[in-house]
Write a protein that binds this ligand. Structure first.
Ligand SMILES: Cc1ncc(COP(=O)(O)O)c(C=O)c1O
Length: 306
């Protein structure tokens, strides 16, 4: 994290500005949580216009496209550049410090605020074998979830300069988000923060799940370069909604996604028995889908790069 006052001020960027002035822009990968779930809220409550930037298969924003967007808005309105790590829609791929640093450097060159959506930053850090602070170092602000695999029932941390966090508290109050008896959720969050190293075991089980699912006839997996606890698979000839529904019939709950895959997430409550059951469930579903069955042409490919 950069010290207070060292970069563009997100508090400013979060304001709509004076009437008639162009809306501040938040530039985020087109395939990110912010772009597909939060753009409306950012516009309505933050006065921010979300501008999507194209991403490479590993989730990293294309730096040339990002530079062009930043240059186009330079001097017109403040900008926030957001990076999601891990990259959920790219099968939870972990982006390393060099990738994070490159995006941050570009943002700062144009005076933009660099925000890290580190909902799963701990997963990225564990997969890369580095402290989370190394990945967060160039960011002006970081959001981090304690519920995603770390075991807390709810909650997240927003980190930044004192002024930034004060401003966020103020905005939260406006939105009616004050939390009383916050210790009730802070206590499990503290436990969660002590559990970061445990994520390695989740990643191992996710790797075993990926290997098992890949062996199912007709299954195609997304193969991220640095996998974490998310496995994305699809069955040839079966839409993700139908696949999710049929898996649910076997007691396996997955999320159908717009990219054609279903998402399996491995966390501390899963063991290898559960992993084998999930593989068995996909095999049972595949057996009901004619297009998923192997042909006489030989083996079906088992993987795709994200
Ligand atoms: C990539 C990403 N960012 C942000 C969030 C929001 O996290 P939280 O619900 O902990 O605020 C999510 C939640 O699903 C997410 O997947």
């Amino acid at each position: 994290m950069r010290p207070a006052g060292d970069a563009g001020d997100a508090g400013d960027a979060g304001d709509a500005g004076s009437p008639g002035s162009p809306a501040p822009r938040l530039i985020a990968g087109a395939d990110t949580h912010m772009a597909f779930l939060e753009a409306d809220g950012l516009r309505r409550f933050g006065g921010l216009e979300l501008v999507p930037v194209e991403q490479h298969p590993d989730g990293l924003p294309d730096l040339d496209s990002l530079a062009a967007l930043l240059a186009a808005g330079a001097g017109v309105a403040p900008a926030v550049v957001c990076l999601e790590n891990t990259s959920m829609m790219r099968s939870g791929n972990a982006l390393d410090a060099a990738a994070t640093g490159a995006v941050a450097a570009l943002a700062h060159r144009y005076g933009a605020h660099f925000h890290l959506d580190g909902a799963r930053l701990a997963h990225a850090a564990v997969a890369l074998g580095v402290p989370p602070a190394q990945l967060a170092e160039p960011a002006d602000s970081v959001a981090f979830s304690v519920s995603k695999g770390l075991g807390a029932p709810v909650g997240g941390l927003l980190c930044g300069s004192r002024a930034y966090v004060d401003r966020a508290r103020e905005l939260r109050t406006w939105l009616g988000g004050s939390l009383h008896q916050a210790g009730v959720v802070a206590a499990p969050a503290l436990v969660a923060l002590g559990r970061l190293p445990d994520l390695a075991a989740d990643h191992d089980r996710a790797a075993a799940l990926a290997a098992g699912l890949a062996s199912v006839p007709g299954a195609v997996l997304m193969r991220p370069p640095r996998p974490t606890n998310i496995v994305m698979a699809r069955l040839r000839g079966l839409a993700p909604d139908a696949c999710a529904e049929r898996l649910a019939g076997h007691g396996v709950r997955v999320l159908p996604l717009s990219n054609g895959y279903v998402r399996f997430v491995v966390h501390r409550a899963h063991d290898m028995i559960g992993v084998r059951e999930a593989v068995g469930a996909l095999a049972a579903v595949a057996a009901t889908v004619p297009a998923a069955r192997p042909t006489t042409d030989g083996d079906l490919p088992d993987g795709e790069s994200p």
